[in-house]
Design a protein around this ligand. Structure first.
Ligand SMILES: [Zn+2]
Length: 398
């Protein structure tokens, strides 16, 4: 790629419009809690891209839930195709302490639900395509923008692309990495343990079986044995295996023997582990406790279990062409490049596993701000993300 085509595209990078677009996207609610979360934002983005002259499709994934797919370039070389992918849905706004839809800018940060997760990235992606188009640069391949539905729940938007296309050679998912290259992440599963006891009056505890007392031994086994064991398991690309005890609920009131206690956990698993294996480890703990204590009775289930929906890990090797291109792009734009793993889950694993698309994660802002009460994204990172996307498009699709 001649560096001057990158310089030419930068001359047409309209920073003000990218921030204005971020603001507009934030202003359109697309949170889970609405009847159809992405309906309005998807219609808006579709029209925006059509008005900008892109070949754009509004693809129904489910009734009224449309992915927005735009394309620039008309080349047929599959090797020279890149998709910039981001989800249009956000989490709920209930916990927010700032106006979720204001898009106010303060101290260089833009605020609102979706600013960092991930409407800033969507705007950066659209801005990158607009700059290349306005500069009149012809591509030998194709660059796609994919705004997808349902990432915050069951990734139906990404699943649709993996099954129906567009299938590109490479994809960049714009989840917030502070512009670091995150070339992998762990799989995710939610597990629920239910301890069954026997309700009785608190004055006659011998007539009951206290499920809260019984779950104590489950927690001890998990925290003192399983968790340290799990955390020793490492993978060069996805980071270490992990578990988190996230929610517990048991009993009814102080003077009743607790007849039931439920513990929910999140388990981050590695490519050389499996979802089934993660469940089995918990089942083994429960079976051993049962052997020692005949009164102990517990079951384990996968939460929201649906055989079609698993949250697998993402692995894009450090030596892969995409990671090398992103390193080069980061060096040019930021004068630095760092690879790491993404701490959360992304659509990227579906694009990679089911679509066979080499995928990495790179986007503006910090993950800790996502879903938070004061969600924000640094404005400069949105612009820099756009530059990295431009460089990557030109490198891959020229
Ligand atoms: Zn996200």
């Amino acid at each position: 790629m001649p560096l001057n085509s990158y310089q030419k595209a930068l001359e047409h990078l309209d920073e003000a419009r990218i921030i204005e677009l971020t603001k507009k996207l934030i202003a359109i609610p697309s949170y889970h809690g609405l009847e159809v979360p992405e309906k309005e934002v998807s219609a808006f983005l579709y029209k925006y891209l059509v008005d900008e002259g892109f070949e754009t499709e509004h693809v129904p994934v489910e009734e009224e839930r449309n992915n927005v797919i735009a394309c620039y370039g008309a080349g047929s070389d599959k090797e020279k195709t890149l998709m910039l992918e981001g989800h249009m849905d956000t989490v709920d706004v209930k916990n927010m302490s700032v106006d979720p839809f204001s898009g106010n800018i303060k101290n260089g940060n833009i605020y609102g639900r979706g600013s960092v997760d991930m409407k800033g990235a969507l705007a950066a992606m659209v801005g990158a395509l607009m700059a290349i188009k306005k500069a009149g640069i012809q591509l030998d391949g194709r660059a796609y923008f994919a705004g997808v539905v349902d990432e915050e729940r069951n990734y139906r938007g990404a699943d649709y692309i993996a099954k129906n296309g567009p299938i590109t050679r490479y994809a960049i998912v714009g989840e917030p990495t502070e512009l670091e290259i995150h070339n992998g992440h762990r799989g995710l599963i939610w597990i629920e343990i239910k301890v069954h006891g026997k309700y009785a009056h608190g004055g006659t505890p011998e007539k009951g079986i206290n499920a809260i007392e019984k779950i104590n031994s489950v927690i001890t086994e998990i925290v003192t044995k399983l968790k340290p064991e799990i955390m020793k398991r490492k993978h060069p690309v996805t980071g270490p295996s992990h578990l988190n005890l996230g929610h517990i609920k048991g009993g009814t009131q102080p003077s009743t023997v607790a007849g039931e206690c439920v513990l929910q956990m999140d388990r981050r698993w590695l490519p050389d582990e499996s979802q089934e294996g993660a469940v089995e480890e918990i089942e083994n703990i429960l079976a051993n406790l049962k052997k020692k204590d005949p009164e102990f009775d517990a079951t384990v289930t996968v939460m929201d279990d649906d055989m079609d929906i698993q949250f697998p890990p993402l692995v894009c090797e450090e030596q892969s062409p995409l990671v090398n291109i992103l390193k080069e792009a980061s060096s040019v734009v930021l004068n630095r490049s760092k690879t790491s793993y993404f701490p959360a889950w992304t659509d990227g694993s579906i694009l990679s596993r089911d679509g066979g698309i080499e995928t990495a994660v790179l986007g503006p802002g910090h993950l800790s701000s996502a879903h938070s009460e004061e969600e924000f994204c640094p404005v400069q990172e949105i612009i820099d993300a756009s530059k990295i996307y431009i460089y990557s498009i030109l490198k891959i699709c020229s």
